[in-house]
Design a protein around this ligand. Structure first.
Ligand code: MG
Length: 306
């Protein structure tokens, strides 16, 4: 790219979070903010927001990698960050691209609204659907957090509450058993509700087992955790359903864009729970890759106090 750059800021952040998933309660979001300054004085913001259980580096490794960078950075230098550190790859290249200038975000981005897990979704739904919902509205509910016998009752009620034309995404975070998935699919089919489910996101941990079911399921099965790296995205390139992509942890954004431009499946862009500034950066770099509702929170996921 002809310019050198310097890392002028690298600062850790840690904010309280309250997100219940099948992996348990996520209580803090930790990451790194960074700034690169190009030789010509332009600066760009980047963010490293690892999620180790998605197969990224840990925060400690990201700090160590940044600490080993030479003082003068080139486009080639930052592309030497290994593929085992995809969040760091994203943060550095995104900062460089931001320094070069990002496109403005359209005013009309459409978001999917995340409902709280469990029965709390039932009290959240009426407010959520009044909350300036786009049309058609899209909601997302985490499943596999409580026993299926409870979640089935809540799901039935939730589908009853769902506004007309709205659709629901169910995200199991790879936590369902094969039997529970088959029971869920059968229940959706029998109850005539399959059409209100946009997709079930990564129901099983084993993608091969999930594939066998996805090919004949009455509801689309999206793949998420199993394609968290560019190499795994390549491996499952013929996945018969939507691809859930978290750009902040999928490596260099330029490589991700190249890869996604050849995908024929619907792309669902999803947050890695970055800061609000990190989220704007991710969306500026990738929003045009998807026409589906974005899995991001326009108001942010947590209070960013100093
Ligand atoms: Mg997911």
């Amino acid at each position: 790219m002809g310019l050198d750059a310097e890392l002028v800021d690298l600062a850790p952040y840690r904010y309280p979070l309250n997100l219940q998933t099948a992996h348990g309660l996520w209580t803090h979001r930790e990451g790194l903010r960074l700034s690169l300054r190009l030789d010509d004085g332009r600066e760009g913001y980047g963010e490293i927001a690892p999620i180790p259980w998605f197969g990224t580096e840990t925060l400690e490794v990201a700090i160590a990698i940044c600490g080993q960078l030479p003082r003068r950075l080139t486009w080639d230098t930052i592309h030497c960050v290994p593929n085992t550190c995809p969040a760091t790859q994203f943060g550095l290249e995104a900062a460089w691209l931001a320094a070069l200038g990002l496109p403005d975000l359209p005013l009309t981005l459409r978001y999917s609204q995340l409902l709280p897990a469990g029965a709390a979704a039932l009290t959240a739904m009426p407010n959520a659907s009044l909350n300036g919902s786009p049309n058609p509205a899209t909601f997302k509910w985490k499943i596999g957090v409580y026993p299926w016998s409870d979640e089935q009752v809540w799901l039935a009620e939730l589908l009853h509450q769902l506004p007309d034309s709205a659709r629901l995404r169910l995200d199991a975070n790879a936590s369902l058993s094969r039997d529970t998935l088959l029971t869920l699919l059968d229940w959706l089919d029998q109850s005539g509700q399959a059409h209100t489910i946009e997709f079930i996101e990564q129901p099983l941990a084993d993608p091969a087992q999930m594939l066998a079911i996805a090919q004949a399921a009455p509801v689309a099965i999206a793949i998420d955790e199993s394609i968290s790296t560019l190499a795994s995205l390549e491996r499952w390139r013929d996945w018969p359903g939507p691809l859930v992509i978290k750009p902040a942890i999928t490596g260099f954004p330029s490589h991700l864009r190249q890869r996604l431009q050849t995908c024929h499946q619907p792309i669902i862009l999803s947050s890695a729970l970055e800061t609000r500034r990190g989220q704007r950066l991710v969306l500026a770099l990738t929003h045009d890759l998807s026409e589906r509702a974005l899995g991001f929170a326009p108001q942010g996921w947590f209070r960013e106090t100093a």
